[in-house]
Design a protein around this ligand. Structure first.
Ligand SMILES: Cc1cc2nc3c(=O)[nH]c(=O)nc-3n(C[C@H](O)[C@H](O)[C@H](O)COP(=O)(O)OP(=O)(O)OC[C@H]3O[C@@H](n4cnc5c(N)ncnc54)[C@H](O)[C@@H]3O)c2cc1C
Length: 343
């Protein structure tokens, strides 16, 4: 919530951070305050997207609730994808995954391919089918020849039956044996420069022996485009980006430090850098960003960095709250043992 917070419902209703109406916060000087649009407005602005753990300790929030909706879930599995229709404009949101070679199958026995679960809210299955029809038309000629394509739909009467079946299932705990980077993508970055997009995809696909995993999160657009940049401390890149794309590589138990460094270097300076080159006008979702991003100030916070820094200087003048990519962390240096010294 304090960094963003996306889910299958965030296209329809907005990010987690946009639902916060009020928060109880323990400030750096030990006071318990209420932050809302009328009181302590700077802290209220900063804790909604400006980065977690940095302006106070949030002990309670009042969040907006919405009437229950039905959900239509679409499941697609194919070997490659080449289509131009903007499904997000039609109301679709969801998550996809693709790889040219990964250690475990994406689906069936395929270790190369593309799978997604996309969702529409408060609609019907026939609506979901008709809006996907033009994309499917482009794919079907390859079915059974060069591609395996499977499309299916499931209808849920309410959000929670959908969530508990498809989304809220416990994900595996993140592994320490991997490096990842990500980028938010605007319409321009994917539709106006297809040659650039093609070469970026080649770079982030990697070579088969790199076992690169790519995750595609169609979680923005919709309600997120209706709020102004200034609504909260959230990275303004979210207000123009339809999806987030994560690229990740791991290393095995016998990897040396040099192997790990090589993977991390590839993620930071080759693969994530290629995404940034394709979408320079956007930024990065800090909760799923590269923790070693050399440009984290600009990438994680965008044009809000300066205002967040001013708020940080007032609400936490001694810099008691710290994390390596948080606003104001440039005031500190970590030594080789992890101790902090004033920069
Ligand atoms: C497997 C996995 C799946 C994920 N899936 C999603 C996803 O679908 N959507 C999405 O948006 N993100 C996702 N994320 C990223 C996730 O949103 C972030 O990791 C988020 O920060 C988790 O918050 P937490 O409070 O659980 O984590 P923590 O690690 O406990 O906290 C994160 C930061 O917030 C600070 N903090 C924690 N509590 C407070 C508080 N009360 N007040 C002030 N600061 C606080 C901590 O100091 C720390 O800096 C995923 C991460 C993983 C590992």
């Amino acid at each position: 919530m304090q960094g963003g917070g996306h889910g299958p419902a965030s296209r329809q209703f907005g990010l987690g951070t946009d639902q916060v109406l009020e928060a109880e916060v323990v400030t750096a000087d030990g006071k318990v305050i209420t932050a809302n649009p009328c009181s302590n407005t700077d802290i209220y602005w900063a804790i909604r997207g400006g980065g977690p753990g940095n302006y106070g300790v949030v002990t309670k929030t009042v969040i907006k609730a919405y009437p229950m909706v039905n959900v239509q879930a679409q499941h697609v599995a194919i070997a490659t994808l080449s289509a131009n229709t903007n499904l997000n404009d039609k109301g679709y949101a969801g998550y996809g995954q693709w790889s040219i070679n990964q250690p475990t199958p994406l689906f069936g026995t395929f270790t190369a391919g593309y799978v997604h679960g996309f969702y529409t809210f408060d609609k019907t299955v026939s609506y979901a089918q008709s809006t996907f029809a033009s994309t499917l038309q482009k794919l079907l000629p390859y079915n059974g020849t060069s591609l395996y394509i499977s499309v299916s739909y499931v209808s849920y009467p309410d959000y929670w039956s959908f969530y508990n079946t498809e989304s809220g299932v416990e994900p595996p705990v993140g592994s320490a044996n991997s490096a990842l980077g990500s980028r938010l993508f605007s319409r321009r970055a994917v539709q106006e420069d297809t040659a650039g997009l093609r070469s970026m995809l080649d770079v982030i696909a990697g070579t088969p022996d790199e076992y690169t995993a790519n995750n595609f999160e169609l979680v923005s657009g919709g309600a997120n485009f209706l709020k102004s940049d200034d609504y909260s401390g959230l990275n303004p890149a979210w207000r123009i980006s339809y999806f987030n794309h994560i690229v990740a590589r791991g290393w095995g138990p016998t990897a040396t430090q040099a192997d790990e460094d090589a993977v991390q270097h590839d993620i930071t300076y080759v693969k994530t850098a290629a995404m940034k080159e394709q979408a320079p006008e956007t930024g990065v979702y800090m909760n799923e960003g590269d923790r070693l991003d050399p440009d984290y100030e600009e990438d994680f916070y965008g044009e809000h960095y300066e205002r967040l820094s001013s708020i940080k200087a007032v609400v936490d003048p001694s810099g008691g709250f710290y994390c390596p990519t948080c606003v104001g962390s440039d005031q500190w240096k970590e030594d080789s043992t992890g101790r902090l010294c004033k920069a």
